[in-house]
Structures are given as C-alpha cells and as structure tokens.
Design a protein around this ligand. Structure first.
Ligand code: GLN
Length: 448
C-alpha cells in the first residue's frame, strides 16, 4: 500500500510521460511521446496514484487564462462563460469538476495559484528545488517549480510528501542535507499551532499588495481571511515589502529571456522535424527550415515572448533591462528575508537579516488574484484582437503571484470565499520563508 493508493490524478501536459503524448499545448510538439517519465510522475505512480490523463495548458506554460493552447480553451468548472485561469487551467478545472482528486501543475509565476483561485481549489507551489523538474518541459529554469492542485490542503500535503525528494537528475534539486535541516526546524514550528489555535502566530499583511486594479470583492475576501485568522488567535501585522512594484516587470524580463533560450531547441531538426513544415516546398536553406518550423509550430503568444525575451538579451538592452531585472529580483528576495522570523536557509547563518524584530512575521497573507475568474468573451476578444498592448495587459493578472516565484518561496492558494458581485470563487495566498513548505501547509489548513 502506498500513501496515494487509488488516488486519481491528472498530469499537466508539460510533464513527460512515456505512455501518453506530451504536447505542452503546442503544435510544435503535436504527437510527441517522451521516451521516459518525469521523476515526479514516477514517484506518484510508485506511491499508488492512478494517473487518469494529461491536462490542457497554455502553450509552454505561457499565459494566465488557458486560452493559448492548440488543444482549445479551458472553461471554468462551473460555467463556459468564464475562464479557468492558466497556465495549469486543465489541472485546476479537472480538480474543480472532481474528475480527479488532485493534479500536477507547474508554477513559474503563478500558474498553479492563479487558476486555483479562479476555480475554487487548492493550488500549492513548493519552494524552488523541493520537487524534481527532471522531465518537466522547461519554461524558465530559474523560476519553474512543480505544483499541486487538489480539493483540500490535506490532499495537497500527501501528494507533496510523495514527490518532494532529492533527485540527482535535476541540478537545482534541494540536497538531502538541507532538507533534513529545514524539516527539523519546520516540525518545531508546526508543533506550535493547530487549526483553531493560532495564538502567537504572526501573519503579515503587505501594504504593497493592495493594488489599484484589485476588485472590491477580492478586498472583502482578503479582509474576512484576516478576520478568520484573528479569531483563531493569530496576530495580524501590517508589513512593507517595498520592492513589490518591481516584481511584475522583473518577472516578465527574466522569464521571457530564459524562455527564448529554452525554446531555441525547437528548430525543426530535433523535434518532430518534418511534421509541421513541408520541407521540400519551403526550405531554401537551414534558416528557412528554422523560421518556417517556428512560425508554424508556435502560437502568437509564444512568438511574442520569444521576441521580447531575445530582445532583452541583446547587447543593447542587456545592461538596461536584463541586469536591472536581476537586481530587482535580489531586492524582492531581500524584502521577504527582512520580514520573516525564519532565517533564509540559502545563506550562511552568519549573514544577518536586517529588519526590526517588532515587524517580523511567520507567514504572509494576500489575495492570489486581483479578481474572480475573468469572462471568457473578454479574454478571447483580447486574444483575437492581435493587439500586442492588449495581450500584454493580461500580464497584470500575475501581480500577486510573481514575487514568491522570484524569491523561490513556498506559496499556496486556499479557496476562501465567493465574489459578492458574481458569486465565483476567490482564493487567498499564504507565503512562507524559503524551504518551510510543511509549515506553510499546516497553516494553510487553518485557513481552510
Ligand atoms: N502567467 C504567467 C506567465 O505567463 C505565469 C505562467 C506560469 O507560471 N507558468 O508567464
């Protein structure tokens, strides 16, 4: 008997599976079946999970509404009038419709937490390096994490326990020594609080997350989440994470730069070479093979991102865009380090974390999204207008989720309420210090 015996699970279509195709929602990989299984897929099967199928996604993980897929759009589990969110929209909708108990997603900048909020399910992004990315098709290596969607926090915890293992096949996988050290301090933290009794727990509310485009119904749910934790004895602390405004631009520079480099491998030679391009008719040289394959194999959003990503890596903009984005990333990480009680385990303990003791917190509570699930018609209209400015507007949906991604922190969406305007679900996001995944899950359970 394994810990996941009989649990029905969906797998996002960017995890390699040897028995089912892996398309990443892209024409480029149509019909591609990997010769091997991703490490996390193997771990799930070894734990007794029953994998029922692959789930739809935004092409190569790029999007926040799951309308950018060669397999079609993903509808919200309650209505075809709303989107499910992306890029792990298929996984969130499948869990929301109870087609499976849990599903794997991937989270580079919020792709698990955002659709979870829209669909009223739990979406957990573990700390960077906790779960192996071997066999997860890369979007942006320094940000990509495996994610879990499920109906409850407890289900997310059991799946997480089954897949959070060191993997020598993933160079960014957290070593066992650090795991044991973190798990030790985590179990001390966890033993201090139980559901209903959060006395002594300090919850940070960052002022900077109260952004202009956030709708009032989301603010109301955020307030009731704060009240709910207060009633269980938690202390609520207003905090400042002053570089939060840099997170969205920094994310869309770093993620796209890495994506443009990752996607260079789809050149028409290595993957499904002759499938998308009639080589005999079109090729007048290697560059044409490359250009034709990519023009036909990638959708408009992926092409837009490759162009942007390539641009920020060119000599002319490297110093003015790419390097400042990396600096901003460091400042965002430092903001978090200054507010958490827990030391960041990635640094030597001799490195002092500044910040006043009186404003330190154990966890941070914010919304996961600025609104409930957007209307399908609005999203499609923007998508079909082929207006770049409108398409880029959609990046705003990630404003709540990208800071934790840039800092590599564990973060989870817990469904908390419904919109007073349209009745659709709204989720809240809890974040904790790097590596304190188990602790975060136990506090998330108190919010459920
Ligand atoms: N919406 C974000 C993007 O398009 C996040 C995607 C993700 O986490 N895979 O980049």
């Amino acid at each position: 008997m394994g810990p996941l015996d009989g649990m029905l699970m969906g797998i996002k279509d960017n995890f390699c599976t040897s028995t089912l195709p892996t398309t990443c929602g892209s024409v480029m990989l149509k019909g591609f079946t990997s010769p091997y299984d991703a490490t996390v897929v193997k771990l799930l099967e070894a734990s007794g999970a029953i994998l029922i199928g692959k789930t739809n996604m935004d092409e190569f993980g790029m999007g926040s509404a799951n309308v950018y897929s060669d397999s079609g759009v993903v509808q919200h589990p309650f209505t075809y009038r709303r989107v499910a969110g992306g890029s792990s929209g298929g996984s969130a909708a499948a869990v929301g419709m109870k087609m499976c108990t849990a599903a794997l997603g991937s989270d580079t900048g919020g792709s698990v937490r955002l659709p979870a909020s829209y669909c009223g399910v739990v979406g957990f992004k573990p700390s960077y390096g906790r779960c192996s990315r071997n066999g997860l098709v890369a979007y942006a290596n320094s940000l990509d994490t495996v994610g879990i969607l499920s109906g409850t926090v407890k289900q997310a915890s059991v799946v997480y326990d089954a897949i959070s293992k060191h993997d020598p096949k993933d160079p960014s996988s957290m070593p066992d020594k650090l795991r044991s050290k973190l798990d030790e301090s985590d179990s001390i933290l966890r033993s201090q609080w139980t559901k209903g009794n959060l006395k002594g727990l300090v919850v940070g509310i960052p002022q900077e997350y109260y952004v202009d485009p956030m709708s009032d119904d989301v603010v109301d749910v955020w307030r009731s989440g704060i009240q709910f934790l207060k009633e269980q004895g938690a202390t609520i602390q207003s905090i400042s994470l002053p570089h939060t405004h840099l997170a969205l631009p920094a994310y869309y520079i770093i993620a796209l730069a890495e994506a443009s480099s990752n996607l260079a491998r789809y050149d028409g030679v290595r993957f499904e070479k002759d499938k998308h391009t009639d080589v005999s008719k079109k090729v007048s040289g290697d560059m044409m093979l490359y250009a034709d394959t990519r023009a036909e194999g990638f959708g408009a959003e992926v092409q837009r991102r490759i162009l942007l990503g390539t641009h920020v890596l060119t000599a002319g903009t490297f110093d003015t865009l790419f390097l400042p984005a990396q600096k901003a990333r460091r400042l965002i990480q430092a903001d978090f380090d200054q507010v958490f009680y827990q030391h960041n385990a990635l640094y030597e303990s001799s490195v002092e974390q500044e910040g006043q003791e009186s404003t330190k917190v154990h966890v941070i509570l914010t919304p996961s999204a600025i609104s409930s699930a957007p209307r399908m018609t609005d999203v499609l209209e923007r998508h079909e207008s082929s207006n770049d400015v409108k398409a880029v507007d959609a990046y705003m949906n990630d404003v709540m989720t990208v800071p934790a991604s840039l800092a590599g922190l564990p973060a989870i969406t817990v469904p908390f309420g419904k919109s007073a305007v349209d009745g659709y679900p709204i989720g809240l996001q809890l974040m904790a210090q790097y590596g304190h995944d188990g602790f975060l899950l136990s506090i998330a359970n108190s919010l459920a």
